[in-house]
Design a protein around this ligand. Structure first.
Ligand code: NAD
Length: 481
């Protein structure tokens, strides 16, 4: 048996509401198209939540997921009331699904949109950025959320975007960041993008600052192909992108991990439509297309996608996209699936046909980096809580604890320099940061400073080490420093 003919075990969950109907339709279509899969079913969602499992998944189901490593999931209903955890977040985090992939293509003139030529794929980093959920309220007035961007995660997501582009015959990868402001975190993501792009000379690459990039995306999405982004921008802009195709209900999404991956529709379980043979199975079918490409069955994905486009072109539409004058016949879930199956082997006439690579393996291995840079400890930012503080008075007291090896160089308030030579118009919150520098610095010196500042009556709330890496500053300067 060749690799092409190998059958791939997958885990399937029917979900709640319209889930079982759209899953049945999806599996019937891909099986008829020749998907080489062996299905294992697990139960997730409402019934499991109601049995008292607040994650919505039975412990025994993890065994199937870990074994097959491929999860086709219908939407579930999250019961009302507190205490229930999001199943998606649980599965994504537990199984390390670092990439969220969402293709967004318009179906003009069959589904109305302002962007008839739009055909893009958003690749969103799925695990870090501000989604670590590491938040602290440190003073009465100030709270913070930590934004973490790591080099390995940036490398992985950017490589995924380029490998996806190559495997799916896409021509360009665009990166969105805000590294004109967040030079160190978003700067790391952007730099990693530029480095990895060099390994893909066959694919065009470009970078946009996310604000103007988002404006361009909403206005001229046809200017983009694949867009890779850190988590928060990707979360927001993947919804914008799906919405402006004019057909958010038709979109699928993939969550990709090193080992396990999950494929689904974007929409929910639409409980009011359940059991009436009304629901449109296209969103889940698109999730299944992403799955087929992921398991190396792009040939099957292409057959299914083109039959689906032909069905849409022929005007056989479920109620949600049915439009007088455009649609020909309003069909139910089962009839829609039958119509797609009847069109297997056909290609669309008006819409561009789908083209997937056959049997292309994506190379997602993380290349080892070179020697790590030399890290040098050069100072510390010590944050204090002081209500109605005054920079000159704080500086005078803090200087009394400074030493030759730990000089007070700047005091900042919410990132702006307020001492020395502060501007009286700068607003002062109750959180101040005192920067001490010296070479060499040490943890021992930080501990001594904290002790001395506490003895001097300061309320120390946190510290951040200041480091250089091969001599390059690994921390930002205060605004105005
Ligand atoms: P929803 O997406 O289920 O429904 C929004 C609207 O779109 C409704 O009018 C619905 O009838 C319609 N709709 C959705 N999918 C459709 C389809 N395939 N065909 C035809 N019409 C469709 O969103 P909601 O009503 O906010 O949520 C319902 C339930 O789904 C909630 O319990 C929510 O927690 C859950 N949900 C689950 C997921 C998931 O499992 N990934 C995602 C979102 C919402």
């Amino acid at each position: 048996m060749t690799a092409q003919e190998k059958r791939v075990p997958i885990t399937v969950a029917d979900g709640d509401g319209i889930g079982p109907e759209i899953m049945d339709a999806t599996l019937r279509i891909i099986t008829a198209a020749g998907a080489r899969i062996d299905i294992e079913k697990i139960e997730i969602g409402e019934a499991v939540y109601k049995r008292g499992l607040d994650s919505g998944i039975e412990p025994s189901s993890w065994e199937s997921l870990r074994r097959t490593q491929v999860f086709l999931k219908a939407p579930i209903t999250t019961p009302q009331g507190g205490g229930f955890k999001s199943l998606n977040v649980t599965v994504r985090k537990t199984l390390g699904m670092y990439a969220n992939v969402r293709p967004c293509a318009s179906l003009h003139p069959f589904v109305s949109t302002k962007h008839p030529k739009m055909n893009i794929v958003i690749v969103r980093e799925n695990e870090e950025d501000v989604y670590g959920g590491i938040e602290h309220r440190q003073t009465n007035q100030v709270a913070q959320c930590l934004k973490l961007i790591s080099r390995p995660a940036s490398k992985r997501i950017v490589r995924y975007a380029f490998e996806y582009a190559r495997a799916n015959k896409r021509k360009k990868v665009t990166c969105f960041t805000k590294d004109n402001i967040m030079k160190i975190t978003d700067g790391l993501f952007h730099r990693t993008f530029e480095e990895i792009a060099l390994e893909y000379p066959d694919i065009e690459h470009e970078h946009w600052i996310v604000d103007i990039g988002a404006a361009k995306l909403a206005d001229t999405p046809e200017a983009f192909d694949v867009i890779v982004m850190p988590n928060l921008y990707g979360d927001i802009l993947s919804d914008v992108a799906a919405q402006i195709t004019g057909s958010v209900g038709l979109a699928g999404s993939a969550n990709i991990g090193d080992h396990c991956s999950m494929f689904e529709a974007i929409h929910g379980s639409a409980p009011r439509r359940a059991g009436q043979n009304l629901a449109n199975p296209s969103g889940l079918l698109h999730g299944a297309l992403l799955m087929l490409v992921h398991i190396g069955q792009g040939d099957v994905a292409e057959r299914v996608h083109n039959a689906w486009l032909s069905t849409i072109e022929d005007g056989l539409h479920t109620y949600d996209i049915y439009k007088d004058g455009v649609s020909k016949e309003k069909v139910g879930t089962r009839e829609f699936a039958d119509a797609v199956i009847a069109r297997l082997g056909r290609e669309p006439h008006v819409l561009p046909p789908a083209r997937y690579a056959v049997g292309v393996e994506m190379d997602l291995s993380i290349r080892p980096g070179g020697e790590p840079p030399k890290k040098e400890h050069v100072g510390v930012d010590i944050f204090i809580d002081q209500r109605n503080g005054n920079p000159d008075e704080i500086a005078a007291r803090a200087k009394s604890v400074a030493t030759d090896g730990a000089k007070l160089v700047v005091i900042a308030n919410r990132g702006s320099k307020v001492w020395p030579d502060g501007n009286p118009d700068t607003f002062w919150s109750d959180q101040w940061s005192l920067r001490f520098e010296g070479k060499p610095f040490s943890g021992q010196r930080v501990a001594e400073l904290i002790a001395a500042l506490s003895t001097a009556g300061f309320d120390v709330i946190k510290t951040e080490g200041l480091y250089t890496f091969d001599g390059e500053r690994g921390y930002s300067l205060a605004q105005g420093q």
